[in-house]
Design a binder for this molecule. Structure first.
Ligand code: HEM
Ligand code: HEM
Length: 181
């Protein structure tokens, strides 16, 4: 379990596996959608579905273990800002794969996970056109995926700035504790 001095290996491993994957997925997602670069779509979906399982494990662990106790007493405002950012990050990481799956699956595009067909595409045999399975929910998924993507970028930037502030200006153990030292 986490203590004020050290974080458990599971907390640290889950944090870094998810953090690096989410940063990569934000980059891949914006790049492929802005440039309409379709060869990346199946990779993006595959990684997103697999990391979703790890994200759920993290949520379970966070509920069981509680949030990490701050390494020292911060001003209340700083503490609230950090906690709010952690909530946005953790809820955002859960909703991104769900909304992505809603968009791809219910939009009729299908979801392949490293070649395995998890949800088949829905093409109209007569016209050869992709047809949504549920247009309204697919649109909700697309809207959430895009706007939550922007919100996550802001939250990640704030979060990294906060971690650097603790390390460089406050010179406390917040970042060191998250790298297992
Ligand atoms: C791990 C979490 C994920 C993150 C952080 C993420 C992030 C993003 C971002 C930032 C975009 C560009 C914004 C947009 O056009 O919506 C995007 C696009 C997209 N994502 Fe994800 N994504 C994740 C998981 C998934 C999953 C699991 C799927 C489907 C199974 C998926 C399907 C898509 C699709 C199809 C697009 C292209 C949308 C378009 O071209 O209009 N994503 N993703
Ligand atoms: C290079 C980038 C990153 C650095 C340097 C970093 C650093 C840290 C540090 C030092 C903590 C501990 C805070 C404390 O003790 O109160 C932390 C916690 C946390 N970080 Fe990050 N982080 C990074 C990226 C991310 C990303 C991309 C996400 C989201 C996907 C994320 C989500 C979280 C969450 C939810 C916590 C709360 C504790 C937990 O649930 O593990 N981090 N991070």
């Amino acid at each position: 379990m986490d203590t004020q001095q050290t974080l458990s290996p599971l907390t640290i491993a889950l944090h870094w596996v998810i953090a690096l994957t989410i940063i990569a997925m934000l980059g891949i997602g914006f790049y492929m959608s802005i440039n309409e670069y379709y060869p990346l779509y199946d990779w993006h979906k595959s990684i997103g579905v697999v990391i979703f399982a790890v994200i759920l494990l993290r949520v379970w662990w966070r509920m069981r273990n509680g949030w990490p106790v701050p390494v020292r007493a911060y001003p209340a405002l700083e503490h609230r800002l950090a906690r709010a950012t952690h909530w946005v990050l953790i809820v955002g990481t859960v909703l991104m794969p769900i909304s992505g799956m809603m968009y791809s699956g219910l939009g009729g595009y299908g979801i392949k996970v490293f070649g395995w067909v998890m949800v088949a595409g829905n093409k109209n045999p007569a016209t050869g056109q992709t047809e949504p399975i549920h247009a309204g929910l697919a649109q909700l998924g697309a809207f959430t995926h895009e706007w939550l993507g922007y919100l996550l970028v802001v939250a990640v930037v704030l979060h990294i700035a906060g971690a650097l502030k603790h390390h460089l200006f406050d010179k406390d153990r917040t970042l060191l504790r998250m790298v297992g030292r």
